[in-house]
Write a protein of this length. Sequence first.
Length: 255
Amino acid sequence: MSQQFAWTILQPGRLPLRPDGSVRQAIGPRCTTTLVWPADRAPGADNTLVVDPCFTEEGYAQATQALEQRGMTFEDIGYIFVTHLHTDHMLHWPDGARPVAFRPFRPVTRPAVFAAIEAQPCPGHHPSQQALHFEDAAGRRVWIAGDAVLNEEWLREWAYFWPNGYGPHQIVEHWRSIAHVIAAADIIVPGHDDALPVTRELVSHLLETFPKADYASHCPDVAAALRARLARFEQQDPPSSAGPQHGPCFQTSLF
């Protein structure tokens, strides 16, 4: 059996801007911060990896509480990985926090304890964008996608983050990165949202609505990847008369 990992979200991500340009005034922007460690070991400084630790004041308080409930502090986290070089995902401590120096996680020279964590380039949103993926204790493929998948709403709308002024090439790259993640993942940790299960209903929706995406005609391979993913669902679990299901998504470790 391959190495498996436990994981939990320390800071739930949020994105006030919606694809239609409206803004949720009640929430502030922040990225999703995830903690990963081997499922068969207690987490500690030699075997923990934090992804995208760009903490807001509120998010830092949530993460501190979550760590305390496990008997941990930020000093007990060993390694850091940043999914891409946008400032809202890079290491940031709010005022009053005591900074901690994490060791960088480099996929090419990763320590043996993380040997089964893979990195996948997912360009489009940013040239440096990478996703980390691994198997969790339930046997699911978990993809920490960064902004390759912003959140469920932007995903379902086939919307790219238009304020960044992307051109056709970047948009097509983004669609292909989404297709790659959807094709391989059971659970997606988006850049700005709670964990998202990849269900038959989600894949069916994405396949049905992809033709309306900008430059969809430039990347027919995206639709082909979605069709292949949907076929795997139907081979494993033929559709029932009960209609589409939105199965729950539980983190491997809940604080």
